[in-house]
Each structure stands twice: as C-alpha cells, then as structure tokens.
Write a protein that binds this ligand. Structure first.
Ligand code: GTP
Length: 360
C-alpha cells in the first residue's frame, strides 16, 4: 500500500475497500431508497393532521432532492458529489425536523440516526465536526435564545436526556468507527505484506522468479505494441559451490545479498533485477537494445568483481558470468531466455567473469 505524499491514513483508507465492506455510494443509495418513502409518508400524515403547510411541503422537497441526488449519481457516477449532496441534505433535514418540531416534536428523535451514518460515509474528522456541530446546535435550540426563536415544545427532562443520550451515542460511534478504521488499516497492511512476500525473494528482497516472469510478460506485450526492444541479463555466480564449501553456507548467502545490492546499485529504476534461482539472477532491461544491455552487463560484472564481504576476518568476493539477450522479431520469451542461457553457458565455458551477447 502506498504512503505517498501528504495523504493521511484516513484519506488513504477511503481509497481501498475490504471485501464484505458496504461501499459508501451503495449505503447512500440504500438510505435514500429508505428515506424517500418515509418522508413521503410523514408528509402525507402531516397533511392529514392539518399541520402547517410548511411541514409537508418541506418533507416532500427533501424527498425530491434526495431523489435528484441519487439520479445525478446514476447519471454521472461522481461519488464525492453524491456523498457531499447527501450530507448537506441530511444535515438540513435533521435541522428542519428539530427546529420545526415536526410530528409535535417527536421527529427530533430521528437525530439518533445521524452519528452512525455520518461516521461511516465520511472521514473521521468530518464525522467529529458534524457531531460537535450537531450537539452545539441542539444546545442552542434548547437554550432560552432557541426557545425565543423557535418556540420548541420539548420538556426540560427531555432536553437533558436528549443531549446526554445523543452525546453518548456520538462518542460510542466515534470509538467504534476508530476501531473499524484501525482494523481496516491493519488488514490492508497485512494484504500489502502478503503481496510483497509473494512477489519478492526473502533473502535479497529482489523480485522473485514469478514476479520477474510477470514483468517479462508485460514488457513483451509492450514490445509487441511498440516494437521497442528490451533485453535481459541472465547471470550466475561463478564457482559458487566452492565458495560455499570453503567459507560456509552463511558466507554464500552473504555473497548472494551482495550481488543483489550491486544489481540494485547498477540498474536504472525501470529495470527489474530478480533472483531467478539459487545463485542465478535475471535483470529485465525495458526498452534497451543489445549495445546498451552489454554495457550494463559489463558495468554490473565489474561492480560485483570489485565488491566483497568479510567472513571471519577474511575478505570473500565473487565474479559472475552473464548472458545478454535482446528480443528479436517475433521470437517468444522462452526462445529469448533459451538464447540468453546459451550465452551464459558460453561465458562459463569461456573462462567465467564474462558478459557474452546471445546469438541467433
Ligand atoms: N549459500 C547458498 N548457496 C546456494 C543457494 N542456492 C544455491 N546454492 C548453491 O550454489 C551452488 C551452485 O553450484 P553449481 O551450480 O554446481 O555451480 P558453481 O559452483 O556456481 O559453478 P559454475 O556455475 O560452473 O561457475 C550449489 O552448491 C548450491 O547448493 C543459496 O541460497 N545459498
């Protein structure tokens, strides 16, 4: 998972979805589908109960606007627009329900639906701001100034209970939401670790053979589209068995890590150095012709020849033999690897510590 730029984990989280999690646009659609008939029902009841014309009119307007918000989402597919539109509408709706004392004041208890929704569909920061704003608004509504402005029918005990219970619910929702976000982050990090482990070699940290094959296939596809050739270096540490036998397996492993580091140092960022087998490495050089590939091979070879590790106060170095292959015409990846392997074999036969271009 990327931690690029100044993105906070919260923003980062919204980019990913864990399997089974309800996507925010879907939840908003469900809530809209539930709210429209409910609002229509309460509007109809308000008409029947002879409430002021304002109430049924506003409830109907909210139902229509929620429908328009959903329609716009289906037409444009703009998730942020859908979410922001929905938040604005529900904040306005809950404010209206509270200050107009809809349903003789009982509609204010719908405010309890607000905290879980707001925390789920927006970032934690937005949820906190919305909840603190909501409680502040409610305290204002229940204050003597609110009474003077809106003439609320709520009893004192109801007001106290409403503020305490709603605050309790908001804090609970915040805690549960934090826990949900932390577990989601943990799951995403675990998935990223698994993905990394599946694609990389544990000893060297280089791409493993499976990942190298995948990159080769991608590069091959690009070659077929653009006809810009790519090259591969297939290399093998010389006389590695005798290094293991003389200095031990641990020293052998250290040399493998050293070779990997030399590859990293000598390759471009776009190249893929990979551990191909035990003491075999492959480097994929995208958009690289034969001449440049041979130059890179010789640079890598010299860097490895110059490097060494210290084992029990003894300096141990190694050399590598390299086959250098460049894709030609319509040949397959297998054919390219076969030609490159033959070149590697010739480098071994020719005395080792050599880079030999593949033949036809
Ligand atoms: N330490 C260590 N040794 C390994 C690893 N993987 C393979 N080897 C050893 O590498 C050696 C490879 O030897 P060979 O393929 O016979 O060839 P070589 O001795 O390198 O000789 P040439 O390739 O002909 O230059 C074997 O002894 C393997 O056991 C590893 O991960 N760590």
């Amino acid at each position: 998972m990327s931690h690029a730029g100044t993105r906070t984990p919260d923003e980062e989280l919204s980019q990913f979805r864990v399997r089974g999690e309800i996507p925010v646009p879907v939840l908003i659609n469900w809530l809209t589908a539930a709210a429209i008939p409910l609002l229509t029902f309460f509007a109809w009841r308000a008409v029947r109960q002879d409430s002021a014309a304002l109430v049924p009119t506003f409830l109907t307007i909210f139902a229509v606007l929620l429908g328009v918000n959903a329609l716009l989402y289906f037409l444009l597919g703009h998730q942020t627009l859908q979410r922001r539109g929905f938040i604005v509408l529900i904040v306005a709706l809950f404010t209206f329900l509270a200050i107009q004392a809809v349903e003789d004041g009982s509609a204010i208890i719908w405010l309890f639906a607000y905290p879980p929704i707001i925390f789920y569909i927006s970032q934690a920061r937005v949820g906190v701001i919305a909840c603190v704003g909501g409680i502040a608004g409610l305290i204002f509504l229940f204050s003597p100034l609110g009474d003077a402005l809106f003439n609320s029918p709520y009893s004192t005990s109801f007001r106290i209970s409403m503020i305490i219970v709603l605050s309790f619910e908001m804090v609970s929702c915040y805690i549960l939401d934090q826990s949900r976000r932390r577990s989601k982050l943990g799951l995403l990090r675990l998935a990223a670790e698994f993905e990394h482990a599946a694609k990389h070699d544990a000893l060297t940290g280089l791409a493993n053979r499976r990942e190298a094959v995948e990159q080769l296939e991608n590069e091959y596809e690009r070659y077929r589209r653009t006809q810009r050739p790519f090259s591969v270096l297939l290399m093998d540490i010389d006389l590695f068995k005798s290094i293991n036998d003389t200095y031990g397996h641990q020293a052998g492993d250290e040399l493998i890590v050293l070779v990997a580091q030399c590859l990293r140092d000598q390759c471009r960022r776009v190249d893929t150095p990979a551990r191909w087998g035990g003491e075999e490495f492959l480097v994929l050089l995208p958009e690289t012709g034969a001449e440049d590939a041979l130059q890179t091979a010789n640079r890598v070879r010299s860097a490895i020849e110059a490097a060494s590790v210290t084992v029990e106060n003894r300096t141990v170095g190694a050399t590598v033999s390299i086959g250098v292959g460049t894709i030609e015409g319509n040949e397959s990846i297998d054919r390219l690897l076969q030609r490159t392997d033959e070149a590697l074999y010739r480098a071994k036969e020719g005395g080792r510590n050599l880079a030999i271009p593949a033949g036809d």
